[in-house]
Design a protein around this ligand. Structure first.
Ligand code: ADP
Length: 595
């Protein structure tokens, strides 16, 4: 029931003249002029429904003193009651003064233009409170505007046929009203919607917060037709609000107000003598805010809450010179901008955290590399000393057989330790992005032949056959020693993990502009779970068969790094129990014949 609502006075917080710009008002005024002339009335006026739910008088034509109610706000409830109680003629509804209840008569006196007419009992004559209005709706039936005609030129109430004729005659003009209202609202929406889109676009640029705000600021200024824009976040203030001259007290009052505004989805509009949208700010800080407006020579501050989800994050303070008064429709779009800013800021923060994490991880990686290099370096000489002395002792005459066995065990361990240390030093060297990679033509077939030769003794010991097929003239650009190490690691693994009497197949092929090396064995294979960690440093499979073979877990990590440094890739194709094939692909040297 609207019954009581329309009788209560309009609340203090209704911001008059806040629907559209002067151009739209003038255009609608011209339409009113045409309409009243065509319908034979002295006065025509138009009220548009604002997003805050109030009607605003935006255009007026005729009457003795021009527009007495321009910019005024009226309750829609009152208009609804007139629409309900009057008689309909097309879009128009006519309600006679004598048919209005006394309370409605009272209310109508305060609504819009009421002509001073001599009292009469003549049922044919137009009376002061007679209401003839058209209800203008959009395609969904939502009220957009109310169009009023008042005082027929001849002073006579139109007959029902006359009213139907007026409704017919004005049909097109009323359509033009809706078009003009739409256009005014849409241009304001569109400007800020573009701004919102640009904010979202800027946020996808993976910028940090301050760069993002720098990029977005000029777009906010343009979108809000402002002279300045300040983004102030509660928890991470950039100090911009202070720099813009807002004192500490005002900042904290605005912070509190925008937290409330975020909850109620309101935009706060500060004008020289009134703060709209937050009663508390109006009551306690109106004067200070007015003073601030004077200081920055502005007419309006638009304060938009920034946030995401339920969380208010800060505020956007827009400084405007008031050339074009801020409208309620813009407030609606501005809330969207505050929302997009909030989401964008959250994502810029996520990017910042990501960057920070990456640099921390990099630092950790540098530290680890340094630690490995230092430890390996420190171990190198003692191992050399041990090996040297063991050799010396072994050569002494008369070493008892029992001691000789121990010396042999010591030699074996020292050799293993030496391999580990050498691998560690290599990992450190090739893992350092600053270590340059050699770039000379390397005939990979020749290197592979050497590697096979080096592995022959161990293969024979394990009764493993190595077979190879090598294309002629396979050349890559790279570091010969690193490439040798890579081939040796793959082959020695294949031999090491092969069963006795197993076969290892090696192929080296030139395929168009690539060189492909394959190393296949019929050993224990690698489980799916282990495959993803195979190239990690110090990774050793949990498979008990593979575990039986000695190893450090560095061989494949070295392979992966060397291949990476040569802009190639290494893949593994393996099933547990089904053998393994490692494939290395490297860019072939361009003119292999000439190198
Ligand atoms: P390791 O010194 O332990 O051999 P690698 O880095 O060369 O270190 O290999 C890492 C792990 O990958 C090995 O512990 C082994 O479990 C598995 N692996 C490597 N090559 C093979 C292979 N040819 N067949 C089966 N498992 C392999």
């Amino acid at each position: 029931m609207d019954g009581d609502q329309w009788l209560t006075p309009l609340p203090q917080h209704v911001r008059n003249s806040s629907w559209g710009g002067p151009e739209a008002g003038a255009e609608l005024g011209r339409i009113c002029f045409d309409a009243r002339r065509r319908a034979g009335f002295k006065v025509a006026s138009l009220d548009v429904l604002r997003p805050d739910g109030f009607l605003e008088a935006v255009a007026f034509s005729g009457g003795p003193e021009g527009d007495p109610t321009a910019g005024g706000s009226f309750s829609l409830a009152l208009a609804r009651r007139v629409l309900r109680e009057g008689t309909a003629y097309g879009k128009f509804v006519f309600l006679r003064e004598e048919d209005m209840a006394p309370d409605l008569q009272e209310a109508v006196r305060g609504y819009g233009y009421v002509p001073e007419l001599p009292k009469t009992d003549d049922p044919w004559r137009w009376r002061s409170l007679d209401m003839l209005m058209a209800h203008l709706t959009d395609s969904t039936g939502r009220t957009r505007a109310l169009f009023h005609l008042d005082e027929p030129v001849d002073g006579i109430r139109p007959s029902p046929e006359g009213l139907a004729q007026i409704a017919d005659d004005l049909e097109l003009l009323l359509q033009a009203v809706i078009t003009a209202v739409d256009r005014e609202e849409l241009t304001r929406y569109a400007r800020l919607d573009d701004t919102a889109r640009e904010i979202v676009r800027a946020a996808s640029g993976r910028l940090g917060q301050s760069e993002f705000l720098e990029v977005v600021n000029p777009r906010l200024v343009a979108g809000f037709r402002a002279s300045g824009a300040v983004v102030h976040l509660y928890d991470d203030s950039t100090g911009e609000a202070e720099a813009a001259g807002l004192g500490v007290d005002l900042i904290s009052a605005l912070e509190a107000a925008t937290r409330r505004a975020w909850g109620s989805r309101t935009v706060i509009v500060v004008e020289p003598d009134h703060v709209w949208g937050d009663e508390e700010l109006h009551r306690h800080h109106r004067v200070a805010l007015g003073g601030y407006l004077g200081d920055v020579s502005a007419k309006e501050l638009i304060v938009v809450p920034i946030g995401a989800g339920h969380e208010a994050m800060g505020m956007l303070v827009i400084v405007r010179d008031g050339r074009d008064r801020w409208t309620e429709n813009e407030s609606l779009s501005a809330l969207g901008v505050g929302h997009d800013l909030g989401r964008a800021l959250l994502s810029t923060r996520a990017h910042e955290r990501e960057h920070q994490l990456i640099s921390e991880l990099q630092q950790l990686d540098d530290y680890r590399r340094q630690l490995i290099a230092t430890v390996a370096h420190e171990l190198k000489s003692p191992i050399g000393v041990i090996a040297g002395h063991v050799e010396l002792l072994d050569q002494l005459p008369g070493v008892p057989a029992s001691a000789s066995a121990s010396l042999q065990a010591l030699t074996l361990s020292a050799t293993r330790l030496d391999t580990v240390v050498r691998d560690l030093l290599l990992v450190g060297r090739i893992g350092n992005p600053e270590t340059p990679v050699g770039r000379v033509p390397v005939h990979l077939g020749d290197v592979l032949a050497t590697v096979i030769g080096d592995e022959a003794a161990r293969a024979a010991e394990h009764k493993v056959t190595i077979r190879s097929e090598v294309d002629d003239d396979v050349v890559v650009h790279g570091d010969p020693e690193e490439l040798r190490q890579m081939l040796a690691n793959l082959l020695s693994n294949a031999v090491k993990y092969s069963h006795r009497h197993g076969v290892v197949d090696l192929t080296l092929r030139r395929e168009v502009d690539q060189v492909v090396f394959r190393c296949s064995d019929h050993g224990p294979g690698v489980s799916r779970r282990d495959r993803s960690h195979l190239f990690d440093e110090f990774f050793r499979s949990l498979d008990p068969v593979a575990r039986q073979r000695l190893g450090t877990g560095l061989g494949l990590a070295i392979v992966a790094r060397i291949v990476g440094r040569h802009e190639g890739r290494v893949d593994v194709d393996s099933e547990l129990g089904g053998g393994s094939t490692f494939t290395v692909t490297l860019p072939a040297a361009k003119k292999s014949r000439e190198v």
